[in-house]
Design a protein around this ligand. Sequence first.
Ligand SMILES: Nc1nc2c(ncn2[C@@H]2O[C@H](COP(=O)(O)OP(=O)(O)OP(=O)(O)O)[C@@H](O)[C@H]2O)c(=O)[nH]1
Length: 361
Amino acid sequence: MKSLLIGVGQAGGKLARELIEYDDRMGFGAVRGAVGVNTAAADLRGLPFETVLVGRDRVNGQGVGGDNELGAEVMEADAREVLASLEGRITAGIESIFVVAGLGGGTGSGGAPVLTRELARVYDVPIYGLGVLPGRDEGAMYQVNAGRSLKTFAREADALLLVDNDAFRSAGESVTEGFDAINREVARRLGLLLAAGENVEGVGESVVDSSEIINTLRDGGIAALGYAAADAAPDAEANINTVTSITRRAVLTGSSLPDATDADAALLVVAGDPDAVPRKGVERARRWIEEETGSLQVRGGDFPLSSDRLAALVLLGGVERSERIQSFMERAAEAQAAEDGEDASGDSGAQWASDDLDDLV
Ligand SMILES: Nc1nc2c(ncn2[C@@H]2O[C@H](COP(=O)(O)OP(=O)(O)OP(=O)(O)O)[C@@H](O)[C@H]2O)c(=O)[nH]1
């Protein structure tokens, strides 16, 4: 699925760079370009693509210091400049735009939902969000910012793919130390998904294409993306258990959003040498996903790659009912209540639907 990336804020820019580099290294050609947008001039330096500095008149290139309302305001004021930087880039071949941002800070958290809304007014292709949730041990401001941004971003985007900063952490590693590793894991997942949707020529009757990604995300809301891989035997029959086991691992331990397994729709992509992919294993894995997610809309397809390993990539759409999202929204509401000097103890997991975390725009 040929896509353009717009990285908003520091995390957004770094993740967009990681994705472009991954796509280049693998020779996929699915990521067709990127633009970096920020209020902090220093964070734009060194990004290997066009950048736009917004909010110059308000913060003079110094960043918004975690104030996501200000982040939203400056994006609102300067959206036209960002849209102008895209002119000529959204060509007929582009199938989607991803707006990428950390949700806990100011520029990305406030700016990404606003920019998404503006893009949706202009372009017909799906506009997806890729949002990063702050880790548990980041401060209250990050949790409140992310809670407010999350609801708004999910509403404005055609779907919001979430990454939890606690997801790919090794024991003893701080969130900051883990950023590079997290960014690599995210780039591999999304990079493979976009490349899988590229419809590689001439192989296999069940190759995935971009309409399957779009259909899996059709109902909007929050999405998660899991991945796991293992060595493969040359003979497909010998890989039946491998495919079921990597599929389970992709959902249960390899997801960008751990514990988000209740889903409205899913797409299973099995990547590897077509001769090594067992149809029976893929069928079993799809049935397992149906049971685990409670969804009857489980699509599937192959991504032929020359490799001696097999990988499972599982895209889940509509995971907002999941315990993970509910517990994050509680955490954000508690942080908001503590900031306001109120008691949030009556909140019982319905934060996604409640107005305790006001919309950002
Ligand atoms: N996964 C990941 N998360 C990051 C990275 N850098 C920052 N974050 C997270 O993103 C949130 C902060 O967002 P930033 O992107 O740094 O902030 P910003 O949007 O530039 O906004 P301001 O700095 O307030 O202007 C925090 O929750 C961080 O944990 C990164 O490289 N990778």
